[in-house]
Write a protein that binds this ligand. Structure first.
Ligand SMILES: [Zn+2]
Ligand SMILES: [Zn+2]
Length: 367
């Protein structure tokens, strides 16, 4: 899908000069390639700098002026996932489930254009190979899973993300717990005799404390798609964001591109939730002692900046039984994460084998 539908010049540049076919971006390169005649076309390097945008300023004055693109959001009737596409583009299947039916009525909205992206490094063949290896290593997977999974589609999707930077200052109140030991006397029975013994017992002394800690956050990643399972996408991290390049339609040719469904302001809230455990751990080391308790924390955020980026993902969904399972491959690093079925039969067999081994061992040792 091509974001820049009005721009006919770009579309012309995407046509192969040899045969007129649409050129596609070739993962792992900086080139467009023709899948029919093999012609290659290097994407000119951009000198544009990828900048962090001031969040407050953008929200208050810049947002209205910013270039927007119109997208249609359609909902897959089979799995409920939202797909975004240009008004004149239709999807022949839903990449988020094994279904080929996509409802064509959708709502139109205007969204911000991404500013930078990480181009695909892993191509489709490689992604399929990573998936096969992943399936092969699964424990307790049904035996026919491989064939079933192989029949699924593999879609290359540029997924929208927000990244946030900020400095935080957190005022907290809490308590420091310090261990101390006391010698206690107790009575016990030894060889039928009542005897008195002593032992060291640990106690914690709590003293209240308060303080101020500072944290610096760089590129907190928030996925802006609502169609992918967040727990799996988080496990696809880390991404090498140093490889971001300025946005260019040519990198998208041959791939699907989703636009964000999580708004910029909503994304910041999610980013703040991701920062909280880090701030809590800074507070704990500030409190010191052997144990820490945090009663209140009040965080102020300054110098908030953001980037609107696209990251490459291969996604496949496969039906097993009547359930849909999805797996994802990081299109930059090859990291695989996914949902998987378990074989009830294999698990039962494993339990039975374990029980049998235990019975044999007990029989051997009791001889
Ligand atoms: Zn060609
Ligand atoms: Zn679907």
């Amino acid at each position: 899908m091509d974001f820049n539908s009005e721009n006919k010049e770009i579309n012309k540049e995407l046509k192969c000069t040899g045969c007129g076919a649409i050129l596609q971006f070739k993962p792992g390169t900086k080139s467009l390639t023709c899948t029919y005649c093999g012609a290659e076309n290097v994407i000119e390097a951009s000198t544009e700098v990828i900048e962090e945008i001031d969040f407050e300023k953008f929200i208050s004055t810049q947002y209205e002026k910013e270039e927007k693109i119109e997208v249609v959001t359609v909902r897959c009737s089979a799995c409920g996932a939202s797909l975004t596409m240009l008004p004149n583009v239709t999807a022949d299947h839903c990449p988020y489930c094994a279904s080929s039916i996509v409802v064509q009525t959708g709502s139109t909205s205007k969204v911000l254009k991404p500013k930078s992206l990480v181009p695909f490094v892993i191509d489709k063949k490689k992604a399929a190979e990573f998936f096969r290896n992943w399936i092969n290593k699964l424990w307790f997977a049904p035996s026919d899973l491989k064939q079933k999974a192989a029949s699924g589609n593999l879609d290359g999707i540029y997924v929208p993300y927000w990244t946030y930077d900020t400095r935080t200052q957190t005022a907290y109140t809490g308590a420091r717990g310090t261990y101390y030991y006391e010698t206690e006397t107790y009575t016990t029975t030894e060889n039928g005799q009542q005897v008195t013994r002593t032992r060291q017992v640990r106690h914690t002394r709590w003293s209240s404390t308060a303080g101020l800690v500072a944290n610096d956050f760089d590129d907190i990643l928030v996925i802006a798609s609502k169609s992918l399972p967040v727990n799996y996408t988080q496990r696809l991290e880390p991404w090498r964001l140093s490889e971001l390049v300025p946005y260019n339609d040519k990198f998208l040719s041959g791939f699907r591109t989703e636009s964000y469904q999580v708004e910029l302001v909503e994304g910041l809230k999610i980013a703040k939730d991701l920062m909280t455990p880090v701030i809590r751990s800074t507070i704990c080391s500030d409190i010191g002692g052997d144990e820490q308790r945090i009663y209140t924390m009040n965080t102020s955020y300054s110098d908030i900046t953001f980037k609107h980026i696209l990251l490459p993902l291969w996604i496949s969904s496969y039906k097993y039984g009547d359930k849909v399972y999805r797996f994802l491959v990081n299109g930059q690093t090859g990291e695989v994460q996914g949902e998987r079925p378990y074989s009830a039969l294999k698990i039962t067999l494993a339990i039975l084998v374990t029980i049998a081994i235990i019975i044999i061992l007990i029989a051997l040792f009791s001889k």
